[in-house]
Design a protein around this ligand. Sequence first.
Ligand SMILES: [Zn+2]
Length: 304
Amino acid sequence: MHRTKLSAVIIIISIFFITEPSSASSWVNFPTSWDIGQAFAISITSTADYSQPMVTWMNRTIALNVEQGGAGKISYGLLGSDVRSIKPGNYKILFEFIQNGKKYRASGNIKLRARQYPKENLSVNPKMVNPPKKELKRIQNESAAIKSALKTMTVPRKWTTPPQPPLSVITLTSTYGKSRVYNGQPRAGHNGADIRAVTGTNVRAPFAGTVLLAGFHYYAGGSVYIDSGNGVITAFFHLSKILVKKGDTVTKGQVVAKSGATGRVTGPHLHYSLILGGQFVDPIPLLSTSITKMLKNGEPQQVN
Ligand SMILES: [Zn+2]
């Protein structure tokens, strides 16, 4: 560039910053395409403070936090889509926040791609495929309690990445997303990962949080659900022993239960689910990554 032109550009830029000292620049970050069933990271970041950051995805509005980082201030979120209910296609994501008394909205589309998850045939106790009539009420009540627990939306963020692996050795016996045929009858796909564990193995909380639900359920057996803020919930099934109760605060890595073989199982193992804004996603990839790395899959888009 010619020297005089360059000076002119510098002068114009300087004037802009001198005359607009309170202007803020903000961005949202999200991946424009992603696989169904896999977790992804989103963020809002700004050079100036803002409040009430929120993201709406799959009909759920998730409250975020404002923290130090990024361009100055940053809000982190983890989202995903449930392989059992979400079809490939374009889905809208909406970001909102308030800055200098003004409400900002930024929306975009995320193209969700199909992913081939394997199928598996399992043999279980017949009453776990077609439950006896006397158990139907119990199953209904448990399903209502779980549905309501999964609507929990709290701040602040208590989750930090990578999570604490729930067991000290992670050997998968069944992966997330498998469509399942029990005793020849098709049922909903696998909403988590099964990890090898002899009965009585310590199960650790992946994130700090609050126990949402703890008890023995018909299908899932001994179950613990932990809320870690911003719609991030983890759950363990088929436990032999539960060491926490609803409302307890847990720290990251705290032993919350002992693994077992209760509920609809073919043998002892730990079932681990990760639920993001109500969507059950594959919990395993997150064990070996961080929010910072995940955000690199996104494309920043300027809001102001
Ligand atoms: Zn499982």
